[in-house]
Design a protein around this ligand. Sequence first.
Ligand code: MCA
Length: 489
Amino acid sequence: MSLTAGWAGRWRADPGRVVLVDAADGRTVTARALDTRTAGVAARLSAVGVRPADRVLLSCGQSLETVIAYVGILRLGGVVVPANTAYTAGELGHIVADVRPVLAILDDPARASALPQPLPLGAHRADLTTLDGTSEGWAALDDAADEEPAMVAYTSGTTGRPKGAVLSQRNLSAGAEALVQAWGWTPDDRLVHALPMFHMHGLGAAINGSLTAGASMVVLPRFDPAAVADAAAAYDATMYFGVPTMYARLRDTGHLAALSGLRLLVSGSAPLDPVLFQAIAVQAGQAPIERYGMSETVMLTSNPLHGERRAGSVGRPLPGVHVRLGEGDGVEVTGPNVFGGYWERPEANAEAFTPDGWFRTGDIGELDADGYLRLVGRASDLVITGGYNVYPREVEDAVLEHPDVIDVAVVGVPDDTWGETVAAYVVLRTDLAADPAHAAQIGDALSAHVSSRLAAYKRPRRWTVVTDLPRNAMGKVRRDLLRTPPPAM
Ligand code: MCA
């Protein structure tokens, strides 16, 4: 059964139930209305020529319309390609050239000009008001087969440009069902949703989980600590999902206590500092559940609903998921939620999976006697800032395009707000490096340079000019030395 067939069954069983609430203006959508409106989207997409298996780019902020557009694409059997609304034209252009969507759905029509080429079926607003054709198009709903692709989620890697993880209907439904079971998610639950709707956390865990459970969501247009607290109280919410930076902001603004009435607080996308874990436990009156997931796998492990929630651990494998430690204690996983491979990247796929078919996550772990997993490092140089993944190579490539730079290394350095923040060490052309006035201004020039190439969260916040980069005997940059610079003399 397709992911959306299960959702539609839920809606029909209880059509009057409110399933979406807009926290900004109080608008609500019942199950019946969600069924009708998402079927309408599917019909309109079909009327303009979108066919099952066609890719549809979805790059929109958080709104009821985004949820409806997302579900509508899935109901038609289309393949959702989520894209961060912060991407520059270059970043969006790479995805479009790679995955070749037939249509883009954007909430800001001005961003259509950032698309590198006209798409076969054009670009449309999230509310689909500008969609040509009639609403009388016919679409066979909810009949995609389990193995058909439902989403291509772009994620970077150690080398080259971002690649698309292809998730099937089954991957997404298994990912959602595992959470429903693990977290005892019922139709009576109401999730405060303040996460971006273009990543696996906001889509695969929050939206898919909620719709699979037949539960409801209060949608916030953006994360704001006071608005999260208000929505939790005003709408009798039971669950909140956030990245650690969000919990840190809730703590720092004194809003954690407002979450004490919720039955479940979940943290993911980045390591939860045990000090913050403790602050949540004390101020919100309950230990948060830290869990672990990836774009390629939906969710993998979680601390338990009942039982010990351990600070510093991402818990045990979710139902159906198997986790083992491979070479170098690399975390390897398998299960119905784990994707089948990257879009048109045979070489990457050969590396990503073990010979017996387990996915190499790139994280390094420890499993204790009780089966709890701790992530202790990463095989790659990935930086996680505020829950967003940044791959140094992509940033380095952008910096190196500046004519004054001859070498660069980008690393994540510890940061109180963001967990890690992006720092760049640059080697300037010899004639410039000797000029202190130039070296003093180069940070501004390089910031301006990368701002047209990289989304804001990927841009280095710290620039350091060095005469050369520390390297090992093989000539490889010693990033470990850059991550923890020696104390100033
Ligand atoms: C925004 N900025 C950032 C970040 N977010 N810089 C570094 N890291 C970030 N994460 C930039 C803004 O563009 C802006 O730049 C400046 O920082 C200040 O913005 P501010 O308004 O304070 O930030 P915000 O808009 O409130 O965003 C903070 C945020 C956001 C709400 C924490 O980063 C966020 O939604 N993070 C969640 C990401 C997420 O959902 N990840 C899940 C990935 P300027 O000053 O230049 O304008 S999925 C995943 O990881 C897996 C599957 C999993 O397990 O979940």
